[in-house]
Every structure is written in C-alpha cells, then in structure tokens.
Design a protein around this ligand. Structure first.
Ligand SMILES: [Zn+2]
Length: 435
C-alpha cells in the first residue's frame, strides 16, 4: 500500500477529498483509494461550539474509473461530538454532496451512468455491470440525474411547429394488446419533446393543458397523421395552430386501399388468401412502390400479372388512384395540387370500386390540412430517425414494462441536450510539466 496520495488526490479530483493511501488490487485490477475530507474541523449545528472528534466510520463507494481501472473509494467518515454538556445534540457524522448517505456510488459516477444510458444508449444492465452495482442502483442513478434534465422547462425550447406521431410502445402479448404511444416532436430542431402513454385525444389534450401559455402560443403548425383524435385534441388545446397532415401518411392511406382491393380480388378470383405463385401476390410490393421507380420492364411485368389476376380491373384502378394521389404532391403550388386532387376524386367516385370511393371520402375530409403541406412543406418524416432510435432503445431494454423508464430513456437520448467537455488538441499546448 502506497501512502502520500497528494498526486493521486489531484488525479481523483473529488472536491473536498484527499487520497491518503492507494492500493492496486491485483486480482480485480481495481484501484482501492482510502480518502478523507480535507476539512478537519467541525461545529455543532445547534450551539455553534467547535466539535471534538468521535472516531471514524468506513464508507465504501464506487467512483468513476481512473485510467480505465474501476475505482473503489474507502471513505473514513469523521464522526463528531458536541462537548457542551447541556447541548442536546450528541454525535453526528460529516456529510458530503459528492457521496450521499448510504450510497453505493459517488454522485459523479451516478451522473456518468445517466449519461451512458442516455445519449450513449448503453443498456441499464451494461452500465450496472461497468460500475459493479445492481440494476436497481443504476436505474435509480438514471432517474435521479435524468429527471431534472427531462423536467427542465428550458428543454421544451420554443418550436414554431410540432409533430404528433404514433409509435408502438409494447407489442401485444397474451395479457394485453399492443400499447400505442404518442411521440411529440419539435419540428424545428428534430428533438423529441415528450412521449405519452396513449394514442388518444384525452392524452394529448391533458398534455397540452399542462404546458405554459407562451410556449403554446409560439406553435403555429401541428403535423399529424390523418387521425381524428389528434385533430380534436389540437383544435381544443392549440386553437390558433394550423393542422398539416403528414404526406407520408396520406400515401399510406392510398396504399392501404390498394392492398384491400388486391386481397379482396384474390379472394374473389381464387377463393383463398394470397399465395406465393398467385399473380397479384407476386406483384404486391411493386404495386405499392411509386410508379416512377419502375423501369419499363418492371411495369410490363406488373401489367402482365394484372392481366392474369385482375379480371375486373379493380386492382389496376386502385393502382392508378394511388398514383393520382401521389401526383398531387408533385404540384408546384397548392392551387395546382387542389386541381389534381379534384381529378383524383373524380376518378375514385367513377371507378365503382368501394374501397376507392371510401378513400376519396377520407381524403376530402382532410383536404385542407393535406393541401397545407404545399405551403409549409412540413412533415414528420424528419422524425423517422427518432423512430429508429426508439426501436434501438426498445431492443436494448428487451421491451419495457415500465412506461416511465421508457419515456425517461427516450427523452434522455432524443430530447435532452448534453454538454460534452471540449477537448483541445494536445499539440499546440505545452503544459509546464517540466518547469
Ligand atoms: Zn452543541
């Protein structure tokens, strides 16, 4: 065991503590550092008299690694005693902001765990292993150091546009159906503002009602999927904001109608669901792709299989309707887009295909917020990156059972700015080590 730890104390850099001995544990490769506080005087809080020493108590905690080695601090905690005979205070032990009572980790190690689990996307189990503590101790560190960041009002920023996007939280099991969540995204910065444990008007209305009025007033546009409860909640909670329907979801409606027509036709003509060699089943993916991505050979094959499997021409009609709807997005302005929409409606209503008539009615209902895309170009597509991260975090957590933990981790990863210390290049600087 080495005595005199003044150099080690500087390296440790734990304010108010000095290293008095160090030992490199050969078996585990851990640094065991004996530390004590540098303040060696104490006063009675009640009567103000200078206290006298009353022995020490050992406290063992884990700290940040030093040069990649795990560090264990053995803190000889000072115990104090008030010498004033009439003072009711007898003995107490010193306290430190760096090591909480009964802690197994220093506060800075706990903050590091929150950072690893947050922006670095480590699993809680991984962080717990790295610091040699239990999963619960690591998760408590994430909660204690993560929540203040997540709850901080400044984190809300001042977006002029937000997006509401559904995301599945838990896949269905025997006990419960798939649980859906609503993600709220700042479309100016791409940051996740919050995750709500439902996909309902009430969830969004309640969330909006709890936000400061100036923040709400700054929001001019809200991008949603064509989902009525979201529209209802926005109309109630953000009466001055304008709705924009996300164009990706509009195309998805047309694709869903096309798929329905294809499945119905398959059933009508073959009497069973699509199988590998059925004409329409072969081209099911190609039908959904955008037409301009098909080369002439590809399109010739689509036409040939439609000839074989679509005697009434209904699948072909749904394909054309989908393309007409897509074309509205190629219009250079809202007026032209509106003209193209009218052509789409006329085509659908005269097609005699019930799925297309219904699609036209749905699009008509959402026409104003659909066309608003042509003026704002706002879309939730920017949040696709966020959705990838959400998937990754779900995979790491092996499916979260606790929504609060899930929300906290998502917000720490995609919704909270983290300052990283700037590291200067070592070359141009010459620290006066040798002086
Ligand atoms: Zn006292």
């Amino acid at each position: 065991m080495e005595r005199d730890g003044s150099g080690v104390s500087a390296l440790l850099g734990l304010d108010g503590f000095a290293v008095c001995a160090q030992l490199l544990e050969a078996a585990t490769g851990e640094w065991w550092l004996a530390v004590e506080t540098t303040e060696d005087r104490g006063w009675c809080e009640r009567c103000g008299i200078r206290a006298v020493g009353h022995g020490r108590r050992r406290v063992v905690v884990r700290d940040l690694p030093l040069a990649d080695r795990p560090v264990v601090l053995v803190w000889s905690k000072r115990l104090w005693c008030c010498p004033e005979p009439v003072c009711p205070t007898r003995t107490w032990s010193e306290e430190s902001d760096q090591i909480a009572p009964r802690a197994v980790l220093t506060e800075r190690a706990r903050a590091e765990i929150a950072r690893r689990v947050g922006p670095d996307e480590h699993s809680v189990a991984q962080a717990a292993r790295d610091f040699g503590v239990s999963w619960h101790a690591a998760m408590a560190a994430v909660r204690d150091h993560g929540r203040p960041r997540v709850d901080h009002l400044a984190r809300l920023g001042a977006p002029s546009a937000v997006g509401l996007d559904e995301t599945s939280f838990l896949a269905a099991t025997a006990e419960h159906p798939t649980m859906l969540a609503t993600g709220i995204i700042d479309l100016d910065s791409g940051r996740l503002v919050d995750v709500l444990p439902a996909r309902s008007a009430v969830a969004v209305t309640d969330w909006l009602a709890a936000k400061p009025a100036p923040w709400l007033a700054g929001i001019r546009h809200v991008v949603i999927d064509p989902y009525q409860p979201y529209a209802t909640a926005v109309a109630k909670g953000l009466p001055n904001a304008r709705l924009v329907v996300d164009h990706f979801h509009v195309i998805r409606l047309a694709n869903a109608a096309l798929d329905e027509v294809r499945r119905r036709t398959q059933n009508d003509t073959l009497g069973h669901r699509g199988r590998k060699h059925d004409p329409l089943y072969r081209i099911r993916r190609r039908l959904l792709a955008s037409h301009d991505r098909l080369d002439p050979t590809g399109f010739a094959r689509v036409l040939a299989w439609l000839d074989a499997g679509d005697p009434q021409g209904e699948v072909g009609a749904a394909y054309l309707a989908k393309e007409l709807l897509r074309e509205t997005y190629l219009a250079t302005n809202a007026l032209e887009a509106r003209r193209r929409l009218v052509a789409f409606y006329q085509y659908c209503t005269s097609s005699d295909v019930p799925e297309l008539e219904r699609l036209a009615r749905t699009i008509t209902r959402w026409e104003v917020p659909i066309l608003r895309w042509h003026r704002t170009r706002l879309t939730n597509a920017a949040t696709e990156g966020t959705n990838l991260i959400i998937k990754n975090i779900k995979r790491l957590g092996f499916g979260f059972r606790n929504f609060d933990n899930y929300r906290l981790r998502l917000l720490l990863r995609c919704g909270t700015p983290w300052q990283t210390r700037q590291v200067a290049s070592i070359r141009p600087r010459h620290p006066r080590i040798s002086a």
